[in-house]
Design a protein around this ligand. Structure first.
Ligand SMILES: C[S@@+](CC[C@H](N)C(=O)[O-])C[C@H]1O[C@@H](n2cnc3c(N)ncnc32)[C@H](O)[C@@H]1O
Length: 345
């Protein structure tokens, strides 16, 4: 099966075959699709309700992770890498991942335009490392280590990457605020995304510049006790095609959520003067609107019904300029609809 996503082509066929083979070996061929689906749901519940994290020693957990969470995380990470691809300097760095599991980042990197100078994976679980080797061979160095302690690598030349691994940590290790370049990807859960917003401020207070998804270094407009939070989603992913168990699962979504944050000391934000779309279109009486972010204010771009449809806006994308008439409260009123009511960066 080949998946076209933006400009990359991802061949999942090999991965699917290897996953099926590992599951077959683990259970001596005796596991039904129904049993796998139940395990996926059990692990999913665990991730939503519990911070205790991955249970790599359990064959059931391995099965659920390989058949469901791994392909989902690969798709999310492909989207993250797409969002940050403008930052060329990342190619000059050693990417050091903490909490790599079975290598979702490695697979996503292979589909991206990035070519880091070096890639190191790491995890506290030797079972995860063994599964990574079964799936990808000895592709990259894989260290067994607990990320409570900082890896001994040169900070200025290293991008420290956490993909869905800080989520398993009740306390964020303080050493990350002393490094130079950090990329964090978290699930789109409210509690995790809100925690990421707090970390964002701590990075700024520690002398970092925020490079993405934010277009500015000011206070986050979503900070505080608000009900909504900033997160992104994959776009147009035929997720149902990738997951053999999709038809059995109660959650039916074609878009996968995630939150992310790229920060650096010494590198400047390339998206200043642009606007990030941070919500889905909302319909209200007499108008449609979308949440946008360009500074510390929580704002919307809205078009009155009499002025036509809202137009094409998708969560996570950048816009160079909005054609507006006035600002009412926290709403920018968009001019009557024409196909050029906004410009792409
Ligand atoms: C949800 S999995 C994510 C795996 C992978 N990054 C992905 O995107 O699919 C989280 C991983 O973090 C690892 N982990 C959690 N806490 C850790 C710690 N303190 N030190 C090292 N690894 C840790 C777990 O063993 C697990 O493999």
């Amino acid at each position: 099966m080949t998946l076209r996503m933006q400009e990359t082509t991802l061949n999942f066929k090999d991965l699917h075959e290897k996953i099926a083979h590992i599951i077959h070996q683990s259970f001596f061929g005796k596991i039904s699709s129904k049993a796998i689906t139940q395990t996926i749901l059990k692990v999913s519940d665990l991730y939503v309700k519990d911070d205790k994290g991955s249970h790599w020693k359990s064959k059931e957990f391995q099965t659920a992770y390989l058949s469901h969470f791994l392909p989902m995380n690969i798709l999310r990470l492909i989207q993250v890498l797409e969002r940050i691809k403008k930052y060329d300097f990342l190619n000059k760095l050693h990417w050091y991942e903490l909490g790599s599991g079975v290598g979702a980042l490695d697979m996503a990197l292979q589909q991206s335009e990035f070519e880091p100078t070096q890639i190191t994976l790491s995890d506290s679980s030797s079972e995860a490392k063994q599964l990574y080797h079964k799936l990808f061979g000895q592709n990259h160095e894989y260290a067994i280590q607990n990320f409570k302690n900082a890896p001994q690598v040169l900070s200025a030349r290293t991008l420290f990457v956490f993909c869905f691994s800080l989520t398993e940590c009740a306390t964020i290790p303080d050493w990350i605020y002393k490094k130079d370049h950090v990329l964090i990807v978290e699930p789109a859960l409210k509690s995790k995304s809100k925690r990421l917003i707090k970390m964002r401020q701590k990075f700024i207070d520690s002398g970092f510049e925020v490079l993405a998804p934010c277009t500015h270094n000011q206070k986050c407009p979503m900070e505080g006790g608000r009900e909504d939070w900033c997160h992104d989603t994959t776009s147009g992913t035929p997720w149902a095609e990738l997951c053999d168990y999709y038809s059995y699962l109660p959650f039916k979504t074609h878009r996968l959520g995630f939150s992310y944050l790229l920060v650096s000391r010494g590198h400047k934000n390339l998206f200043t003067n642009q606007i990030r779309v941070i919500g889905d279109p909302l319909k209200e009486k007499g108008k449609s609107k979308i949440m946008i972010c360009q500074d510390s204010e929580r704002e919307f771009a809205a078009r009155l019904k009499k002025d036509g449809p809202l137009g094409e806006f998708s969560r996570g994308e950048l816009i160079a300029e909005l054609q507006t008439t006035e600002k009412k409260s926290n709403e920018w009123r968009l001019k009557p609809f024409t196909s050029s009511a906004r410009t792409q960066p």
